[in-house]
Structures are given as structure tokens and as C-alpha cells.
Design a protein around this ligand. Structure first.
Ligand code: DX5
Ligand code: ZN
Length: 228
């Protein structure tokens, strides 16, 4: 299984996002993960469609817009028009999720659903066949640089089982606290797209960090201490 790396610009220098994107791409980034926050669904406020449009002009890889906003249906057209190639919405914010996914796909944009750490995998059961990807939050959304929530790898495996039972080979994207220490484990659990902010832009060399994360993700899972 090939692993894709999606650096999250939330941890980049917002005064130099073009430079950050170029560095990530130089390291082989497959996507650029763009965290959109409204200060309502999550306790932080970031960027919107105008910045996504600028990023779209600067990037050569697809933009992966993660909408941590209430009532995302109001903005899907604008993020699609700004150049997002993938849009994920939170199941916690979408009472009409099936219609929202159709709305995203009507723009030929990949439609994903994000799950907060406390949200059950079963919330996806009725749309499991209609998803282009699932974004599994392994931190509580709102900030970069947090620690991976222990036990999240088991949730990744449950999402994989749900998608497989629905006959959907859609990939699982993992988001939050991913680094070289846990990358192989989350891939082993079923993740195919790794979002990383601090592990990439919190380092002096983002390009090298992308390469290191991909190497760590594709290395054999190190036996845990318990396994000796
Ligand atoms: C958190 C965001 C994540 C975050 C990842 O709400 O959705 O994408 O930027 O950053 P790290 O990898 O530093 O946890
Ligand atoms: Zn994110």
C-alpha cells in the first residue's frame, strides 16, 4: 500500500506560506492539508477561501481542505472554486451529510468525512459507500503540535473494517500528532494518508522531515516493548 504525506500548513509560518508549500513539495509531499477553522466549531480561527486560492496558485500538489466549521454547506462552493481538490467536513457539523457529500462531489472534488476522537465510527455506517476518504482525528481539533491520542490506531482499524464491509476502498487519512514515532503503527492500522504539521513545519528542514516521515511510515512496525 502506498502512503501519502499531507503536510498541514497550520504549523507553518503564515507570513511565508508559499515558501512552506515549496519546501514540503521539495520533500515529496503528496498533498497540502489546509486547516480551516471558524472559532465556533473549534476554539481557533485560521483561514478561508481567499488564502486557499493563493495556495492553489503556489502549490503543484492537490489541496486537502479540512473544514472545522459549523454549517460547512455554506462554504463548499467557495472552497471548491478556490481550488480545493479534496474537502472533508465533520460528521458532528452535518445533519444532512449524504446531501453535503453529494454537494462536494458535484464539483468533482473528493468528499471526505472527519470524525472527532469521541465520535463513534458507526456514525459513518449509512454513508460508508459514498465516501472518497475518511479523516480520523487523532487529536481534539483546533491546534497543531498536540499529542497523538493513545488507542487511535484501533479506531483507524475499525474505520477500515467499516469501509471494507461497505465495499469501499476509500483511503483513511489520519490527522493529529502523527510523527516518525507512530507513523508505521497508524499505517499498519490502515491509514494511507498521513497529515503532519509540527512533525514537518516544526522542524528546521520541512523537506527532510517529509522524507523522514515517509521512511518511518513505510518501515516495519517496531515491536512494542510488551512483545519483547
Ligand atoms: C488540528 C488539525 C490538524 C493539525 C495537525 O485541528 O486538523 O491538521 O494541524 O498538526 P499536528 O501534526 O502538529 O498535530
Ligand atoms: Zn486537519
Amino acid at each position: 500500500m502506498s502512503v501519502r504525506i499531507a503536510p498541514s500548513i497550520l504549523s507553518a509560518d503564515f507570513a511565508a506560506l508559499g515558501t512552506a508549500v515549496a519546501a514540503a513539495e521539495a520533500g515529496g509531499a503528496d498533498l497540502i492539508h489546509v486547516d480551516v477553522m471558524d472559532g465556533h466549531f473549534v476554539p481557533n480561527l485560521t483561514i478561508g477561501p481567499p488564502v486557499v486560492a493563493s495556495l492553489h496558485r503556489a502549490a503543484t500538489v492537490p489541496l486537502d481542505a479540512h473544514l472545522m466549521i459549523t454549517d460547512p454547506d455554506r462554504y463548499i462552493d467557495r472552497f471548491a472554486d478556490a481550488g480545493a481538490a479534496a474537502i472533508s467536513v465533520h460528521v458532528e457539523t452535518t445533519p444532512h451529510l449524504h446531501r453535503t457529500l453529494e454537494h462536494i462531489r458535484s464539483h468533482a472534488v473528493r468528499a471526505g468525512v472527519a470524525l472527532n476522537p469521541a465520535t463513534a465510527v458507526s456514525t459513518l455506517s449509512e454513508v460508508a459507500a459514498d465516501l472518497d476518504f475518511v479523516l480520523v482525528m487523532t487529536v481534539n481539533p483546533g491546534f497543531g503540535g498536540q499529542k497523538f491520542i493513545p488507542g487511535s490506531d484501533a479506531k483507524i482499524a475499525r474505520v477500515r473494517r467499516l469501509l471494507d464491509e461497505a465495499g469501499n476502498r476509500a483511503p483513511i487519512e489520519v490527522d493529529g500528532g502523527v510523527d516518525c514515532g507512530n507513523a508505521a503503527r497508524v499505517v499498519d492500522a490502515g491509514a494511507e494518508i498521513l497529515v503532519a504539521g509540527a512533525a514537518i513545519f516544526g522542524t528546521p528542514d520541512a523537506a527532510a522531515a517529509v522524507r523522514a516521515l515517509r521512511a518511518a511510515a513505510t518501515a516495519p512496525v517496531r515491536a512494542t516493548v510488551a512483545e519483547g
